[in-house]
Write a protein that binds this ligand. Structure first.
Ligand code: ACO
Length: 401
C-alpha cells in the first residue's frame, strides 16, 4: 500500500505514537537499517565495505546522488566544492560577537543559519542546477565554519584551507594549522577522521535528519533546515552523546575507575544517570558502526603510540554491561558514540568539538534526505495530536481571577 492510498484509508483517524517509535514519516531509498540483525547500508552498500574501501567524499556523493561517482564525477564534485570553500568576510563579524566560551554547536547552528543572508539564491532550488549549487556551497562552507569555531576558542587566527588537499585533510588543516609553522599531514590521523565521518554520514530518520526533512518540507531552504538539524544533533540523547561519553568516562576515572558502581547507578530508576553511549532506538543488536569504531580506536591509539586509560575504562564498562541482565534484557549495546570520542581525543580534538565533527560527518546524509524530500515533492510535515487540555471556558476579567 503506498503512502497516498494509506492516507486515503486512514483519513480522519489519528494514531498517537510518542517518540514516533512505530511511525514511518516517509519512503526513502537512501539508507537501509535492520536493527535486529545489526545491518547498515548506504544506497545498498554495506557500511563495513564503505568504511574500508571508500573515502568520505565518495560516500557523500553516493548518499546525495544515489551512485558511487566515477573518477570524472568525483573530480568535478571535489572542484565545485573547493570553489565554494570561501565565506563572506562579514561572517567573521558574526563569529566575533560570540563569547569564546560559547558551545561550538550553538555557534555552528547560528552561523549556518546566517549563511542564508549571504547566499539568498540557495533558498530557491526549483531547478536541478540551483539545487546542486546549494549543495556544493554548504559542503564547501560548513567545514570552514566548523574550523573557525574551534580556532576562535583557541584564539587562533581564522584561516581557509589549502585546496590542493583532499576534503578531510583540508578540514584537519583548517582546524590545526598554526601561524609560522608548516602544516604536516599525518596519514593515520586523516584515515581515522575519514572513517569516522563515513560512519556518521547517514542513519535514516533519526532526530536530526527528521528535523532537517520537516523544516525543509516548509521550503525554508537547505541552510535553514541544516541549522535546525545541527541544533537537534546537539542534545545528549543524540549526537551530543559523544561528548557526554568522554565526560562520563573521565568522571569514572576520577572516581577511582569503579565501573560496577556506575552500572548500578544506570540501572537505578530513581537515579537520572544513564550509561551514555549505550542503547539505541533502532539497534537491538550490536551497532555495526560501534564494532568498526572499537577496532579503529585500538588501531589509531596503537599507531599514534597513545596509552589512554579512558579506553580501558570504556572496555571494562562495556564488558560488565554486556554481561548484566538489565542491559541484556533491554538489548542495550554500545552505540557508535561509545568509542568515537576516544578517537577524537587521540586526534587532539577538544571534547566540545566532538558533536561538531559528527555534524560534519552527517552533512551529506542530511543533504541527501532533504534532496529526496524535495524531489519527491513531499507535503509539509505536520503531525496531529490528541488534545488533553481544558474544554471550552469563558473569559474572566483580571479582577475576577
Ligand atoms: N542506560 C541505562 N538504561 C537505559 C539506557 C542507558 N543508556 N538506554 C535505555 N535504557 C533503558 C531505559 O531506562 C528503559 O528501561 P525501562 O524499560 O525499564 O523503562 C529501556 O532501556 C528502553 O529505553 P528507552 O529510553 O525507552 O529507549 P529509547 O529508544 O527511547 O532511547 C536512547 C534510546 C535515547 C538512545 C537511549 O538508549 C539513551 O538515552 N542512551 C544514552 C544516550 C546515547 O548514547 N545516545 C546516543 C544514541 S546514538 C546517536 O544518536 C548517534
Amino acid at each position: 500500500i503506498d503512502i497516498k492510498t494509506l492516507r486515503g484509508v486512514t483519513g480522519g483517524v489519528t494514531t498517537i505514537d510518542p517518540g514516533y517509535k512505530n511511525t514511518g514519516s516517509c519512503e526513502s531509498a537512501i539508507t537501509f537499517l535492520d536493527g535486529e540483525k545489526g545491518i547498515l547500508r548506504y544506497r545498498g552498500y554495506a557500511i563495513e565495505e564503505l568504511a574500508e574501501k571508500a573515502n568520505f567524499l565518495e560516500v557523500a556523493y553516493l548518499l546525495i546522488f544515489g551512485e558511487l561517482p566515477n573518477a570524472e564525477q568525483l573530480a568535478k564534485f571535489d572542484k565545485d566544492i573547493k570553489e565554494e570553500s570561501h565565506v563572506d568576510e562579514d561572517m567573521k563579524k558574526i563569529l566575533d560577537g560570540f563569547p569564546k566560551s560559547a558551545h561550538p554547536m550553538g555557534v555552528l547552528s547560528s552561523l549556518t543559519s546566517a549563511l542564508v543572508a549571504f547566499n539568498p539564491s540557495s533558498v530557491d532550488v526549483d531547478s536541478d542546477e540551483a539545487m546542486y549549487n546549494a549543495i556544493v556551497k554548504i559542503m564547501g562552507k560548513l567545514p570552514v565554519l566548523a574550523a573557525w569555531t574551534m580556532r576562535k576558542r583557541k584564539s587562533l587566527p581564522l584561516d581557509y584551507g589549502d585546496n590542493s588537499l583532499g576534503y578531510v585533510e583540508n578540514l584537519h588543516k583548517m582546524m590545526f594549522s598554526r601561524p609560522n609553522k608548516a602544516y604536516e599531514t599525518n596519514k593515520v590521523v586523516n584515515d581515522a577522521l575519514d572513517k569516522l565521518l563515513i560512519l556518521h554520514a547517514d542513519h535514516e530518520q533519526n532526530c536530526s535528519t527528521s528535523t532537517v526533512r520537516i523544516v525543509g518540507s516548509s521550503h525554508a531552504g537547505l541552510f535553514a533546515s541544516l541549522s535546525a538539524g545541527i541544533s537537534a544533533l546537539w542534545g545528549p540523547l543524540h549526537g551530543g552523546a559523544n561528548q557526554a561519553v568522554i565526560e562520563m568516562l573521565e568522571a569514572i576515572k576520577a572516581d577511582g575507575g569503579d565501573t560496577a558502581k556506575y552500572i548500578e547507578k544506570a540501572k537505578d530508576k530513581d537515579d537520572a544517570f544513564r550509561l551514555m553511549g549505550f542503547g539505541h532506538r533502532v539497534y537491538k543488536n550490536f551497532d555495526p558502526r560501534a564494532k568498526i569504531i572499537k577496532k579503529s580506536a585500538e588501531e589509531v591509539l596503537g599507531d599514534l603510540g597513545i596509552d589512554d586509560p579512558v579506553l580501558d575504562i570504556a572496555k571494562g564498562l562495556a564488558k560488565v554491561a554486556l554481561e548484566d541482565d538489565y542491559f541484556v534484557k533491554r538489548k542495550l549495546y554500545p552505540n557508535v558514540d561509545f568509542y568515537s570520542g576516544i578517537i577524537y581525543r587521540a586526534l587532539d580534538i577538544p571534547t566540545e568539538m566532538f558533536t561538531v565533527m559528527f555534524a560534519l560527518g552527517r552533512l551529506p546524509g542530511w543533504i541527501a534526505q532533504w534532496r529526496e524530500m524535495r524531489l519527491r515533492k513531499e507535503p509539509i510535515g505536520r503531525p496531529r495530536q490528541i488534545y488533553i487540555g481544558e474544554t471550552e471556558r469563558s473569559f474572566k476579567s483580571i479582577a475576577e481571577r
